[in-house]
Structure formats: C-alpha cells, structure tokens
Design a binder for this molecule. Structure first.
Ligand SMILES: Cc1cc2nc3c(=O)[nH]c(=O)nc-3n(C[C@H](O)[C@H](O)[C@H](O)COP(=O)(O)OP(=O)(O)OC[C@H]3O[C@@H](n4cnc5c(N)ncnc54)[C@H](O)[C@@H]3O)c2cc1C
Length: 471
C-alpha cells in the first residue's frame, strides 16, 4: 500500500534547534520518519553529529534548519549596518520614522575614550540631538498647517497621521551613533557568516556585539556557531585595497545613474519565460521571440506582466534580467534601501565628502541657518576624526549626508522595490529614488519598464521640489 502523506511540525518548544537540524539532516540517509529520528536524538548526539558533518565535512547547509530569534538593543545604527548585511535573515528595527530619540541615545565609541577628540565627538552628538529636539515641535507646526485636523478626527488620530511626516524630516539630524533596537531571525549558517564579518570588523562596537551575539547564540546552538572567528582575509583586504586607490578628490555624478543593464534584456526575459514552460533549448526560445512581430511581443509581455498587483510578484524568470545603478541618497534613505535583501549592494564608507541634503520643511520651520551650522559642525568633526580613524569618524555623520552605493538588482526585485517604495506611505527620499529608478529602467528597457508598479500621482522631480531645498 502506498504510504500515507504526513505533515507535522517539529515543535521548537520541545526540540532544541540543533536537534531539529539533525532530524532533518538524517532523512538524507535514514528511512525512518522525522518523529522517530527526533525521538532517538539527544542534545549530545546532535552536537556530535554537527561536529562530524557540519564542522568536519563542511555539510554546512544542515545548520540552516536551526533558527534563532535574537533581540539586540541599544546598538548604533552604524553597527546595525553590519548586522543587517546578511541577505538570508529577517530584521525589524526601531524606526526613525515612527519613534523619537532621547538626547543621550547615542553610542560612545571606546576607541575615543581618553582621546583628545572625545570631547569634540560628544559635543557634536549632543548638539545634533539638541537640534533634533528643537526641530520636532517646529517642524510639527509646519506639517500640522499643511495637514490640518479633520472635523471627524480626534487629537490622537491626527497626531498619528502627521507624526511620521514631521519625524521623517527631523531624522536628518540624527547621527549614525544613534542607538536602536533590532530583532533578528536568522539560521545558524547565516549567523555564522554574519559573526565572521562582525568579528573581523574594524569597529570595536561591531566586534564586541559579534562576540556577545555568539555567546548568546551558543546557549541555543552550542555547536553550530562555536567556530565562528575573525577572518584574516576580511581584515586585511580593505587595507590592501586602500593602497590601490588613486589619491584624487571624489567626484559627484548623476545621483541615479544606470551604469549598465543586460544586453538584449527584453529578449532574454521573454525567452526565459517561454523556456521555463517548454522543452525548447534556450537558443530556440530566443529565436521564437525574434520571429515575433512587435505587436506579438507586446501581447506576450502584457500576458506576463500586465494586471499584476503589489502582492503578486511577476514569475521568477524576470530575474534573468539585471540592472546596475550608482545611487547617491541621504544616509537616512540609504539605511532603508539597504533593507532590500534581493540585490547586491556595495555602499561606500559613510562620510561627509558628498555633502548634505536639506529638507524643505527645515526652511519652512525657520531652522535653515541653524541646520546649516550644525551640519557644518558635524562635517568638521567628521574630518578631524577621519584624519585619525575614518571608521570611528562615521559615527558622527548625520542622516542628512549623502551616501553612494553601487547596486545590482534584477527586474523582479526592481519591480518589488519600486512598488513598495514609490507608494504614498514611503519616506520621501525613497519615493524620489523609486520614481527615478523606474524612469531609468523604462528608458533602458521600455517593454518591461512600462509594467513597473510605480505610483502614478507624482514624479521624482515633483518630490524633489516639494520635499527638498537641496537633494
Ligand atoms: C512603509 C514602510 C514602513 C516600514 N517600517 C519599518 C520599521 O518600522 N522597521 C523596520 O525594521 N523595517 C521597516 N520597513 C522595512 C520593511 O520591513 C522591509 O524590511 C523592507 O521594505 C525590505 O522589503 P521586503 O522585506 O519586502 O523584501 P526584500 O528584502 O526587498 O526582498 C524581496 C522579496 O523577497 C522575499 N523575501 C526576502 N527575504 C525573505 C525572507 N527572509 N523570508 C521570506 N521572504 C523573503 C519577499 O517576498 C520580499 O518581498 C518598512 C517599509 C515600508 C515600506
């Protein structure tokens, strides 16, 4: 008789993560049910299995079945960048859009303890936070005048409606030292990789955080992250590459520069879709596309991409087409962009060298002069600190300063990101970016680009004019 289908949970409340991982791993060689395999395992046997197979023979994917939920509190946004750099994990972080920071909620780097620039660093951070607090009620007034309370709305509902709008503006003051909490869900393999990066990091905070996360994780997965150590390659390569960099001042370029996209991108995408549902060779699928009239091509593209909504992404074959952008945006915006995991993101180090942006509401609130003064102070402090230690100097850089990144993403991810980040509830920095990226993709690949779900009621130029005095 045909064995009956079985579906059940391995309960993480009764089985430790390492035992669950071994239970799944053993199905590769054992004819027993998962329940029976799990019943025979102990924590010691699981640890011995991982030592032999995962650590000894490098069958690392087994560790992906051990999942951890790690709560991390009061770490700098700068340190969180490394923690969140893993593509295969999930994060939720204290939002600069919905929460407010206290005046002392910033990180004091131990590298600076007793250093002649320590006082300067503390003063600059305190000044930035003082300006942030001064700006909150003033920018609120501006936003409140733009979005007055409706007759059917009570005070709390109105505050909720306008809160993110004025907090969105004030976040430009916050330096990378601002502390945040982040919840991380990650499997042991991805965690080991993240720990290796953290333990190799030039900043003491990141290394110490890596060591703490490792210690905490070992209570749950004693074997799987035990051997995570600093990686000499990650430690030395940045220094070696630094010696190869020509000594020229950095140049500004178009802030949303589509540097490259795939040759014959549209033909490739459509051929990939035919290929997927056929037995054709890829060359035959290409030929089938080439033989179609422009009208037939257009109909086929509409069949694949037309009529989708935000919650129904296009089929995976749209990933066979990629775009490379150089993007320059404010650090606050960059911190949101980096949360998109299905792309390759190469940010340059955080610095003040590309200048700072000015939200228009700062001027409307009568804060322009003091804003420029405090940004200039932060810039000077950064430069003095950077002459000694550019990694530590980055802590003092406010969200207003620009950050440049090289980004490679496929059409499917671009479709998702643009739909999410051009929506009216997204931050204006991201809305501007999403609109401009959509424009670039449409210029390069109009057949595919016409189907991007970009919010139709504004353009990047309108956003720039409405929200930025200087973008
Ligand atoms: C209006 C708004 C408010 C936000 N507020 C906050 C906030 O307060 N705090 C905060 O931390 N973040 C916040 N975010 C960021 C948000 O939670 C996402 O982390 C970010 O937008 C990345 O997008 P994504 O998760 O859809 O997927 P991406 O990382 O862009 O990945 C693309 C797609 O791949 C799939 N995918 C990727 N990784 C996984 C995975 N591990 N498991 C399952 N599917 C996966 C999903 O289908 C996903 O849509 C906010 C975003 C928006 C738009």
């Amino acid at each position: 008789m045909c064995p009956e289908r079985q579906v059940y949970l391995l309960d993480p409340q009764s089985l430790p993560p390492e035992t669950i991982a071994v239970t799944f791993a053993k199905t590769s060689r054992s004819p027993q049910s998962f329940r029976d395999i799990a019943a025979e395992l102990t924590e010691e046997k699981s640890a011995a299995f991982h030592e032999k197979w995962v650590v000894g023979y490098g069958h690392a994917s087994v560790a992906e079945h051990a999942v951890l939920h790690i709560a991390v509190e009061n770490v700098s946004r700068l340190a969180i960048e490394t923690l969140e750099s893993c593509r295969l994990a999930s994060y939720t972080e204290k939002s600069t859009r919905y929460q407010k920071w206290g005046t002392e909620d910033f990180y004091r780097p131990p590298e600076l303890a007793g250093h002649s620039l320590e006082k300067r660093y503390l003063e600059t951070c305190r000044t930035l936070f003082a300006h942030y607090h001064e700006a909150l009620p003033k920018v609120r007034e501006v936003i409140a005048a733009q979005f007055p309370r409706r007759s059917d709305e009570d005070e709390n509902a109105w505050e909720r409606r306008i809160r993110s709008k004025y907090v969105d503006v004030c976040r430009f003051y916050l330096p990378a030292a601002a502390l945040a909490n982040v919840g991380v869900t990650i499997n042991a393999r991805a965690l080991e990789h993240t720990l290796r990066k953290m333990l190799s990091h030039p900043l003491e905070e990141v290394r110490a955080l890596g060591a703490e996360i490792k210690a905490v994780a070992q209570a749950s997965v004693p074997t799987l992250v035990k051997y995570a150590e600093a990686v000499p390659y990650l430690q030395t390569l940045p220094r070696q590459l630094a010696r190869e960099i020509p000594a020229v001042p950095p140049e500004m370029e178009d802030w949303c520069h589509l540097v490259a996209w795939d040759h014959n991108a549209e033909e490739t995408a459509l051929a990939a879709c035919l290929f997927r549902y056929s037995h054709l060779s890829f060359e035959q699928a290409r030929q089938a596309i080439r033989e179609r009239s422009p009208e037939q091509i257009s109909t086929l593209a509409r069949m694949i991409l037309g009529g989708l909504d935000r919650f129904t992404p296009p089929i995976r074959e749209l990933e066979h087409v990629g775009y490379t952008f150089v993007l320059v945006l404010d650090q606050g915006g960059y911190l949101e962009l980096k949360r998109h995991r299905m792309m390759t993101l190469s940010p340059q180090p955080l610095s003040t060298y590309l200048g700072y942006t000015i939200p228009r509401a700062i001027e409307a609130a009568g804060l322009l002069e003091s804003y420029e003064q405090v940004m200039s102070t932060a810039d000077q402090t950064y430069r003095e600190l950077a002459a000694w230690n550019p990694d530590v100097a980055a802590y003092v850089v406010p969200n207003a300063f620009r950050r440049r990144a090289l980004v490679r993403l496929n059409f499917r991810q671009a479709w998702h990101m643009i739909a999410l980040r051009s929506a009216p509830n997204a931050h204006f920095s991201l809305r501007r970016l999403a609109q401009r990226m959509a424009e670039r993709i449409r210029e390069a690949t109009p057949l595919l680009g016409q189907f991007l779900l970009v919010h139709p009621e504004e353009t990047w130029q309108q956003i720039e004019t409405q929200y930025f005095l200087r973008a």
